[in-house]
Ligand binder design. Structure first.
Ligand SMILES: Cc1cc2nc3c(=O)[nH]c(=O)nc-3n(C[C@H](O)[C@H](O)[C@H](O)COP(=O)(O)OP(=O)(O)OC[C@H]3O[C@@H](n4cnc5c(N)ncnc54)[C@H](O)[C@@H]3O)c2cc1C
Length: 269
């Protein structure tokens, strides 16, 4: 399968060895065969080389969901947005920030995805992952999570979230989503924010101040709506054009403002 079929930015070449185990036993058996491999979630934060990937790529598909009172145990292959919708319908609060983040639960834990002042680390209580041929788990307190960083060292298989009762969770989720729709180009292929927000500043405002809204290299374009988003409106961009655009923005920020912008996007090159 091609990167462009597996990522939300819709670019990238062939992934030659793609495996999609459905159970932890299958996953552990599979991982025994490889010295190294890459992990794929829902591909919403990934730029995959146009030349494709030779290394095995593992995408864990287990997606069971258990809700006991305010405790949620969910496998890594479940969609974060579906989970946020489901829990808010049950009057459980904590995941409303995730409306509009097209992540898998596993990818969201690994990236410590967040928005609207909330992040996965605020509600995560335990995470399970496979490392060195066996499944182990860590409590949230044992992880050193920070902005878009989890410190998880392994392939996430399952997460436990501790939520709280709320009467307005559905409204809050809808409000967050409506805000996103008015400020972000959600209908176009993208990978969300490209750069991390540097200390106390918004990367989008920095890029906008450089006059780059709408700037384009090949099919890759800085969104007119949100300058920290690169979009692929006609689905004809290559990953190297996206990469060149990222580098162009970085160079301009350093040369004109002395500011180092660091990509949030994961690159497989
Ligand atoms: C429209 C749009 C809006 C977005 N908005 C936000 C936002 O508001 N906030 C935000 O934080 N992000 C946002 N993102 C980016 C993205 O959704 C997140 O970074 C998300 O956490 C990536 O999850 P994924 O499952 O798609 O992971 P992938 O993109 O597939 O992978 C990302 C990284 O996670 C690793 N990974 C994936 N699954 C696992 C696993 N099971 N175990 C271990 N590692 C794994 C991969 O190896 C890779 O390093 C947005 C993206 C889009 C397209």
């Amino acid at each position: 399968m091609k990167g462009r079929d597996l990522t939300t930015i819709k670019t990238g070449g062939e992934i030659k060895k793609l495996y999609r185990p459905k159970t932890v036993i299958e996953l552990i058996d599979l991982l025994k065969k490889f010295e190294s491999y890459k992990i794929l979630g829902f591909g919403s934060n990934l730029l995959i080389s146009d030349e494709g990937i030779e290394e095995p790529v593992i995408s864990y598909q287990g997606n069971s969901l258990e809700i006991n009172g305010k405790e949620v145990i969910v496998e890594a292959g479940y969609g974060l947005m579906s989970l946020a919708r489901k829990t808010s319908e049950l009057g459980l609060s904590g995941l409303e920030f995730a409306g509009g983040i097209p992540a898998s639960v596993g990818g969201a834990c690994f990236m410590n995805a967040g928005a609207h002042g909330g992040e996965i680390g605020d509600v995560l209580s335990r995470v399970w992952f496979v490392k060195d041929g066996r499944e182990e788990s860590l409590a949230r307190s044992e992880l050193k999570m920070s902005y878009r960083f989890s410190g998880i060292d392994g392939l996430v298989t399952k997460a436990q979230f501790s939520l709280v009762d709320s009467s307005n969770s559905k409204e809050l989720l809808a409000k967050n989503l409506a805000y996103r729709k008015s400020t972000q180009p959600l209908s176009l292929p993208s990978f969300g924010s490209v750069f991390r927000n540097p200390d106390g500043k918004k990367a989008g405002q920095i890029i906008e101040s450089l006059g780059l809204k709408g700037f384009q290299i090949g099919g890759a374009k800085i969104s007119e709506l949100h300058a920290n988003w690169i979009v692929n409106p006609l689905k004809n961009a290559t990953s190297s054009e996206v990469m060149s655009l990222i580098q162009y923005v970085k160079d301009k920020a350093i040369n004109e403002l002395g500011l180092e912008l660091e990509p949030e996007v994961v690159m497989w090159f």
